[in-house]
Ligand binder design. Structure first.
Ligand code: FAD
Length: 407
């Protein structure tokens, strides 16, 4: 049987949040365990608002990424009614918003990592407390074991670390979303906008990336169980309904002409209700969670990825105070292990205190928008939801004003 490896900081999951956390810990060695065999860079576009860009600046990757995507300057909401009339509302985006290709984001976060930092094909199957270090003992799917002094769960919505911390599984909304990119070799001539179109039970979005590239999503009413795994057939099924519902031709053409290899289907949307964000224990000893593992919030306000980037900066800043930066000074102090564990535990506590309200407000806002979009609530509930969204400053994107601070 292979000997148990021992590591300092282990990050579970090499998605947006896990890679950002490793990047935010310069000079502090960490090991990222990713279950995929390669960098997981599929998944379409991702809208990044000003708060996300602030975090990306701290991570040193904002400038290069800005060159890949133009500014989106307005929102346009269009609702095609059953009587064929159209309601339209357009308003400016007064903060930085760009739609990145998720592949570009993931590659930028993974770039220049010291060799061996990301270990692919490593699926964590179970976690137990390591009584020796108050950290964790990880059992991998292949039966090998790894000891972690500090464990950060960034494995998204199916998080083994969240389960170890006693968090309830994230909840699901069974709404398939087809995503993709469409290239217009001669230019698309659309405004640089985020168009949101409601027609029947379809909710369709289009975000411009460059003069020749757009990202789109189509939220479909069809139950996922009725969809095949063949994404071109799923697209054709969506197109059939879109034509029947008299979707504008430019939208139908965009979906029909999508680059087939960029099509991607999410069969359900994941979220943690806001009350869990308010009360859940996100820490046990030196084990914690970040990103969707902590606060899955669905795509409704386009903040899940940016919130994960903020987590990375805040957590790394707290940990760096006790684990790194002045590594030499720390060695000189020959800190007792127990003392070190206590300090790391306190740093994680500080991280959770700093993130709690932010994550609660984002989860609440996303939850309310989700209720309005998915559940068609009774008029009185609808009124209460709209009032809460006004208080939260949803339309003016108040959530994008947040600054996670410096590393
Ligand atoms: C349709 C849709 C649209 C969205 N649009 C936006 C948007 O516009 N803007 C925005 O900010 N957010 C958006 N989001 C949310 C955003 O995608 C997520 O919040 C973000 O991807 C979460 O990043 P993460 O790193 O926490 O988790 P993930 O991206 O899920 O990464 C988790 C990683 O952990 C790995 N992993 C899982 N289990 C294990 C295990 N047991 N062992 C080892 N590795 C494991 C996975 O392979 C994966 O690589 C959207 C989400 C959806 C579904």
């Amino acid at each position: 049987m292979a000997a148990t490896e021992a590591h300092g900081i282990v990050i579970a999951g090499g998605g947006i949040c896990g890679l950002a956390t490793a990047l935010a810990l310069p000079g502090i060695p960490s090991l990222v365990l990713e279950k995929s065999r390669t960098l997981r860079a599929e998944g379409g576009g991702i809208g990044v608002q000003a708060n996300g860009w602030r975090a990306l600046e701290q991570l040193g990757v904002a400038q290069d990424l800005r060159e890949t995507a133009q500014l989106i300057t307005s929102y346009r909401d269009v609702w095609l009614q059953e009587d064929k009339s159209t309601q339209e509302d357009e308003y400016p985006v007064r903060t930085e918003l760009r739609c990145l290709n998720r592949k570009d984001l993931i590659e930028a976060l993974a770039k220049d990592k010291p060799a061996g930092t990301i270990r692919y094909g490593c699926q964590i199957a179970a976690i137990h407390e390591d009584p020796g270090s108050h950290g964790a003992l990880l059992t991998m799917a292949d039966g090998t074991t790894i000891k972690a002094k500090v464990l950060i769960g960034c494995e998204g919505t199916y998080s083994v670390v969240a389960e170890y911390l006693g968090l309830a599984p994230a909840r699901t909304i069974p709404r398939p979303v087809l995503r993709g990119f469409t290239t217009y070799p001669h230019g698309h001539h659309f405004k640089n906008e985020f168009l949101r179109l409601r027609v029947g039970e379809f909710f369709i979005g289009r975000l411009t990336i460059t003069d020749t590239l757009v990202h789109f999503f189509v939220t479909m009413p069809t139950p996922a169980t009725e969809l095949t795994r063949d994404l071109k057939k799923v697209r054709d099924l969506a197109l059939e309904d879109m034509v029947r519902l008299r979707c504008p031709a430019e939208i139908v053409d965009m979906v029909r002409d999508a680059d087939p290899e960029t099509l991607n289907l999410v069969t359900r949307l994941w979220y943690r209700p806001p009350w869990e964000a308010a009360f859940a224990g996100f820490k046990k000893g030196t084990v914690t969670v970040a990103g969707d593992a902590m606060h899955a919030m669905g795509p409704f306000i386009g903040q899940g990825g940016s919130a994960g980037l903020e987590d990375a900066v805040v957590l790394a800043r707290a940990l760096a105070r006790v684990v790194g930066g002045d590594g030499e000074a720390r060695q000189e102090m020959e800190m007792e292990m127990e003392m070190e564990t206590k300090m790391v535990g306190e740093a994680i506590g500080e991280y959770i205190r700093e993130r709690r309200l932010r994550v609660l407000l984002l989860s609440l806002e996303s939850f309310i928008v989700g209720v309005l979009l998915v559940r068609s609530p009774a008029p009185v509930v609808k009124l209460a939801c709209v009032a809460l969204l006004i208080l939260l400053g949803t339309r003016s994107l108040r959530h994008a004003n947040y600054d996670c601070g410096r590393l």
